[in-house]
Write a protein that binds this ligand. Structure first.
Ligand code: XMP
Length: 317
C-alpha cells in the first residue's frame, strides 16, 4: 500500500541508482511541486543537486527573498538569480496576453540556460512534473513544468540536451503535499496557492511598467495577508488581484482623484479547470478594500470578481 514514507524511501533509492554521481540542475519556482522534487533529490544526491531560482520581477511582494531564504534554510544548494530587469525590459510596451507569455517563456529559457551552463558537466534536468501534467502534457504550473522534455537536436539551449529526471511524475497534488510533509517540509510552503508562471504580468491588463508591478504587489500583499489573518487562506484554492487598465473618478479629502481600479479574485477549485468565486465575508471585503485604498497610492477603487469558470477564466488574461 502507498504511504508517503514508503514512497520517499523507494524514490530516494531509485534516484541514487539512476543519477549516481552525476550533477542535476533543477529550476525552483517557489511552488509546491518543484520544491518537493528538490527536497527528494537533495535527500538522494545532496550537493550534486544544483537548484536555480529565477526572479522574473513579476513575483509577489517579498516572494523572491523570503522563498530563497526558506530554500537555503532547507539545506538546498540553490542559486537565486535576479533577472527582473531583463524580463521587464523585454516586456516593455507589450499588451497582448499571449505575447507576454511567449516573451516570459523565452527569457526564462535564456536566463536558465545561462545559469545551467555554469554548472560544469551537469547530466540531468530535474523537474517537478506531476501526474496530471504528464496526462495533459500541456502544463499550467510554473516554470519548471513549462520546460518540457525535447528531442536531443542541435540548436536547443544546452540544458534541454540534458536527460530528464522527474521523481513526482506518478503523483497527484495531494500526494505531493503528503510526501512533502513526510520530508518535514514547512506546511506553509506545502499549502501555498498555485501561482502562474508569468506571474503578475498576466494580472496587469495592458502594458507592464515597474510602477504598475509595484502597485499590484502592494494590493496583492494586503489581500493575501488579510486572507491569512482571517483564517481564510487555506479555505481558498487561489486568490490574487488584477490591475485594470481603467481610471475612475474618486474623492480624497476635498480633492478629486482619477486613479486606478483593482479587481480582487478568490476561487474555489480542485484542479483549476473549473472554479467558483468564493463568498468572502462582507466585513473582510470592506476592511480589505479600505486598507487598499488608504495605503496604496494610485488606487481609488476596488471591485470583487464574482464570475465563475467557465465561462470566465481564473486569470483575467
Ligand atoms: P485560467 O486563467 O486558465 O487558469 O483559468 C487556470 C490555472 O492556471 C494558471 N495559469 C497559468 N499558469 N502559466 C502558468 O504556469 C500560464 O501561462 C498560466 N495561465 C494561467 C492560473 O493561475 C490557474 O491556476
Amino acid at each position: 500500500n502507498w504511504t508517503p514514507f514508503n514512497f520517499v524511501e523507494m524514490t530516494v533509492n531509485e534516484l541514487k541508482e539512476q543519477v549516481g554521481e552525476d550533477k542535476v540542475v533543477l529550476g525552483l519556482s517557489g511552488g509546491v511541486d518543484s520544491s518537493v522534487a528538490a527536497v527528494l533529490l537533495n535527500k538522494a544526491i545532496g550537493e550534486n543537486l544544483h537548484c536555480i531560482f529565477v526572479n522574473n520581477g513579476l513575483l509577489r511582494k517579498y516572494e523572491f527573498e523570503s522563498v530563497l531564504h526558506q530554500y537555503e534554510g532547507m539545506g538546498l544548494n540553490v542559486k537565486g538569480v535576479d533577472a527582473s530587469a531583463r524580463f521587464l525590459d523585454a516586456l516593455k510596451g507589450v499588451d497582448d496576453p499571449e505575447e507576454k507569455r511567449k516573451i516570459i517563456g523565452r527569457v526564462f529559457i535564456e536566463v536558465f540556460d545561462d545559469e545551467a551552463h555554469k554548472i560544469m558537466d551537469a547530466k540531468w534536468l530535474g523537474q517537478g512534473t506531476i501526474y496530471p501534467d504528464v496526462i495533459e502534457s500541456i502544463s499550467v504550473n510554473g516554470p519548471s513544468a513549462t520546460i518540457k522534455s525535447h528531442h536531443n537536436v542541435g540548436g536547443l539551449p544546452d540544458f534541454m540536451k540534458l536527460k530528464i529526471v522527474e521523481p513526482l511524475r506518478m503523483l497527484f497534488k495531494d500526494e505531493v503535499r503528503r510526501v512533502g510533509a513526510s520530508l518535514g517540509m514547512n506546511p506553509e510552503l506545502l499549502g501555498r496557492h498555485p501561482f502562474p508562471g508569468p506571474g503578475l504580468a498576466i494580472r496587469i491588463l495592458g502594458d507592464i511598467t515597474p510602477e504598475k508591478v509595484a502597485i499590484l504587489q502592494e494590493v496583492d500583499y494586503i489581500f493575501i495577508t488579510n486572507l491569512r489573518n482571517w483564517g481564510l487562506y487555506d479555505k481558498v484554492w487561489q486568490a490574487g488581484a488584477m490591475l485594470l487598465p481603467v481610471n475612475s473618478v474618486g474623492v480624497m479629502g476635498d480633492e478629486r482623484t482619477y486613479e486606478k481600479c483593482v479587481a480582487l479574485r478568490a476561487v474555489e477549485s480542485t484542479d483549476g479547470m473549473t472554479a467558483d468565486w468564493v463568498n468572502l465575508p462582507y466585513e473582510f471585503l470592506q476592511k480589505t478594500s479600505n486598507e487598499i485604498i488608504n495605503k496604496v497610492k494610485g488606487v481609488n477603487r476596488v471591485v470583487y470578481d464574482i464570475s465563475s469558470k467557465p465561462p470566465a477564466t481564473i486569470e483575467w488574461e
